[in-house]
Write a protein that binds this ligand. Structure first.
Ligand code: AMP
Ligand code: MG
Length: 324
């Protein structure tokens, strides 16, 4: 394993590794991805092996240009085009009818494929130098906290990855929004960095939220009840109970700065001013820091479930469901 600066030479080295069937961890604006050539089923199988990800959970295919889009899907509808024009490159994943050439292992046997064009420059260069769409889930063990720094990848999967491109902090820090359009109606399958409100503004029609929790439902694979989990138990807390709990070996994930902060062993604040963009960008990093402290329990505040707050609360709810 080596952590490499994302200069031209190293990006070419990483792209060559992808071309030859290897795995590369790389930054995107959402979280770090673990990428393989999307057309190489053996390479893609290594992603599942490395992450210990179940095969029923399909991957997102990353492209670097609209020209590359034609290699993964035959049908790109008018609304899809409108949304891609508005949000690509960026954190919106579209579910599209897949081309036969995309191996089943990528899509868990579904006839559709999840596709997005990331905006991170290193990701775009890597994919375009690799000259192939890149299948990439987050670069963490399945079900655990997503990585938003190269060090998070190193800590969790370092021994099993040959190249990690170090692009510093992920700008958005939370996964892409997943959208499926059926009969002209957009359905959000996963809350993420693009809000439903933003999509509605561009699409000019109402978005339907279809977030289902499934253990292995092929319709919404991967939306597992327990996900994004620290190893330390995570529990929601309200202001009243905050005064009455044992804080000795406990951590606290605060949404914003309180006028008097409670005295926990370790406190992380998502955003001092209560800004949801900043909170989303800091979420996984704060969880990693709390999880590294050897605490008995982490208490977390709720954030307002509007705009990006829906994506943050989605992650916190799943993180709190560990073992339940
Ligand atoms: P990630 O784990 O962040 O790579 O996100 C992948 C998620 O995208 C999966 O867990 C699914 O929820 C979703 N996904 C991928 N492909 C499809 C598809 N063809 N249809 C519906 N959802 C999909
Ligand atoms: Mg993931």
């Amino acid at each position: 394993m080596s952590l490499l600066a994302p200069d031209e030479n190293n990006i070419i080295k990483a792209a060559d590794l992808i071309k030859s069937g290897g795995l590369v961890a790389f930054p995107t604006e959402t979280v770090y991805g673990l990428g393989a050539n999307a057309f190489d089923p053996i390479a893609v199988s290594k992603i599942f092996e490395t992450k210990q990800r179940p095969f029923f959970d399909p991957l997102i295919v990353h492209i670097s240009s609209f020209a590359m889009l034609s290699r993964v899907t035959e049908n790109f509808g008018v609304l899809e085009q409108k949304l891609a024009d508005a949000f690509w490159p960026g954190p919106l994943t579209l579910i599209l009818p897949k081309k036969r050439e995309i191996p089943d292992i990528v899509t868990a046997g579904l006839s559709t494929v999840a596709v997005r064009m990331p905006s991170n420059e290193i990701a775009i260069k890597l994919i375009s130098r690799a000259e192939t769409p890149v299948a990439a889930p987050s670069a963490n063990p399945f079900g655990r906290i997503s990585p938003t720094k190269a060090e998070h990848v190193l800590k969790q999967l370092g021994n099993n990855i040959e190249i990690i491109l170090d692009g510093g902090n992920c700008e958005r820090g939370i996964e892409s929004t997943i959208l499926k359009i059926e009969n002209g109606i957009p359905y959000v399958l996963r809350h993420g960095a693009v809000t439903a409100e933003e999509i509605e503004r561009e699409a000019g029609i109402k978005v339907i939220k279809k977030i289902e929790e499934a253990a292995s439902n092929p319709e919404t694979p991967g939306q597992l009840l327990s996900h994004y989990s620290p190893q330390t138990p995570l529990v929601f807390i309200n202001d009243i109970d905050l005064n009455h709990i044992d804080k000795k070996n406990a951590g606290f994930l605060a949404f914003r700065k309180h006028s008097v902060m409670p005295e926990f062993k370790k406190i992380e604040i998502l955003s001092e001013s209560g800004d949801l963009h900043e909170a989303a960008a800091n979420l996984f990093s704060c969880l990693h820091k709390l999880d590294d402290e050897g605490l008995d329990i982490i208490y977390t505040e709720k954030v307002p479930e509007q705009g990006l707050g829906s994506a943050i609360m989605d992650r916190l709810k799943r993180a709190s469901k560990k073992g339940k």
